[in-house]
Design a protein around this ligand. Structure first.
Ligand code: GRG
Length: 305
């Protein structure tokens, strides 16, 4: 049986319902992983993760798994790990020495609530827990090699070659040196790398063929870029920034209208990458479309936190 064929009709409702069920699974999984303890460090770690945001990356990972016929429970440790890494990055990004943000997910940022030293340690704790979770994932013997590959992909994309590297590029930015190409390359690392890892892990466990891996990789790269462009558009709506923000800000670079056009084009490109994939790819298509302008506030599949 071939997985690719003519483009099937898109069943939005079904995809939405499946994603909602996946989100419930993710929330339960994260709650289980985070120790209930009165020690400030453990309280801080829970505060950083629960209740959460959109859970976009773990949903993407599970949706990619479903696209290749892999059931969510097998992938849950990897989906949880990605969210833990994402949460640690938010905690560290909010620190005074980084973005210096006082609020995150509608509440005081972790360093405002628990102090800077504990925020650093809670971030470190979440990162380590992510790797402990992936290493401890129970997989059948014939999938051990896939597990190793998945851990490698997540490590690479979270680290200096991916998200951390992108953040380092951003803190080294000099006014006037940003081109669109440089900005997009930076975004691919800072924001795109985790999103790409999410879709790749699903494809790894689904033993996707080379052409399918390429298609899903292209989907992930377009989506990673789209995600940050959308975030910059939403940020620009909230505040009226003038001049150099110290960030690789897409809206500041090309203006709101062009950023909106780029966002739509990227989402179209992402969806086109999956052309010929069967209805099992509808959850991925749904997640891509949920980033469209004016659907951005829609909680995809009642998925917003
Ligand atoms: C500090 C190691 C380190 C890395 C920082 C990813 C990142 C690099 C920082 C996070 C801050 C930021 C604005 C990143 C861009 C990606 C992004 C739009 C994050 C917000 O992700 P959402 O919208 O948040 O998925 P929720 O709250 O829904 O999880």
């Amino acid at each position: 049986m071939t997985r690719r064929g003519k483009n099937p009709p898109f069943d939005l409702m079904k995809a939405e319902a499946r994603l909602a069920a996946k989100k419930r699974l993710i929330e339960k999984g994260l709650d289980r992983l985070l120790k209930r303890d009165d020690e400030p460090l453990f309280r801080a770690m829970r505060y950083a993760v629960l209740p959460g945001g959109k859970r976009f990356r773990p949903l993407l990972l599970l949706a990619s798994g479903s696209c290749f016929g892999v059931s969510p429970p097998l992938l849950l440790p990897f989906a949880s790990a990605l969210e833990l890494i994402h949460c640690y990055s938010l905690v560290h990004d909010d620190l005074p020495s980084m973005d210096n943000d006082d609020f995150r997910r509608g509440k005081p940022s972790l360093h405002r609530a628990f102090g800077e030293n504990l925020a650093i340690l809670a971030g470190d704790g979440l990162l380590s827990l992510a790797f402990e979770t992936m290493a401890g994932a129970a997989v059948p013997r014939d999938k051990m090699r896939l597990k190793q590959e998945a851990i490698q992909v997540v490590s690479r994309n979270a680290g200096a070659a991916g998200m951390v590297g992108g953040q380092a590029l951003e803190i080294g930015l000099k006014p006037g040196r940003l081109t669109r190409a440089r900005t997009e390359a930076l975004i691919q690392k800072k924001t795109g790398a985790l999103i790409l890892a999410a879709v790749e892990v699903g494809a790894i466990f689904g033993r996707a063929r080379a052409a399918e891996q390429r298609a899903v990789g292209n989907f992930g790269r377009s989506l990673g870029l789209a995600f940050q462009v959308r975030d910059d558009i939403l940020d620009a709506r909230k505040e009226n920034r003038a001049g150099f923000s110290g960030r690789a800000d897409y809206v500041a670079l090309v203006g709101k209208a062009k950023a909106g056009e780029r966002l739509e084009a990227l989402i179209r490109k992402a969806v086109v990458s999956l052309e010929g994939f069967p209805p099992r790819a509808d959850e991925l298509r749904f997640l891509a479309r949920s980033l469209l302008p004016f659907e951005t506030e829609v909680d995809h599949a009642q998925t917003a936190g």
